[in-house]
Design a protein. Sequence first.
Length: 278
Amino acid sequence: MNTPSLEPGLYIVATPIGNLGDVSRRAEAVLAACDLVACEDTRITGKLLNHLNIRKTMRRYDDHADAAARERLLAEMGEKAVVLVSDAGTPLISDPGYRLVREARERGIAVTSIPGASAAIVALTLAGLPTDRFLFAGFLPVKAKAREDTLKELSGVPATLVFYETGPRLVASLEAVASALPGREVAVARELTKLHEECRTGTADDLAAHYRAHPPKGEIVLMAGPPLAPQAPGEADIDALLRAALAEMPPSKAAGQVARAHGLDRKALYARAMELKA
Ligand code: SAM
């Protein structure tokens, strides 16, 4: 592969989430041309580089690295092209890199991103849940109370919710979703881009029952559709609401009150209130 030299700076390079065929040509070119690869685990990134026939100096880096380690990398970016990769997918997305990018930007170091796979996006493209708005919430807390609180906090967000998950915790998370987000459409995407890729949809209760019986292996994305639109009251309900209001106020006020409370047409309700009164 042609390996033109790269300008000094920080290069954020996305890598495959399971299928090596997903490495982009640009990712390959930047990995081949860079001076240093900062990574979470040199064995995992070493395998990718081997697959691409690239030999590079690798250095372990994560956001918990001490200030001196980060400082050293930032100083090197003055004259070297430094790549940041994570074990899989897009760096910074539930993976290290945030602090490094932030500090690089503060120092005026050029930051370039080479996009590629991210499990959250792949999962959304499979699930058939609304994608016009979604909220990526990373991993749910491990402790039951904190998990419940997080789900309650997110329950009003008018968007599809996307979580990263692990096999051993999936059933507990589905049970928590069933109780905090009742009635929502839920999807579980597993082993994306790999041989045993699957995406199951249903209620959280049904999916919990399935995975209780078939404990899931591998990597998982859990999604919950947006809150359900409130059901408009039926004709019988509207009559009951109007009758209750008419017992206490004149038809025009009763129609206005029921219309406001349920988002209904006031004129139509007034006509019906007059019929009921007659
Ligand atoms: N940075 C990565 C990305 O862009 O997707 C995510 C890293 S995060 C530490 C790892 C989590 O991502 C896994 O626990 C799983 O929830 C999700 N994940 C990664 N690869 C996956 C795959 N092939 N299928 C399903 N989920 C995956």
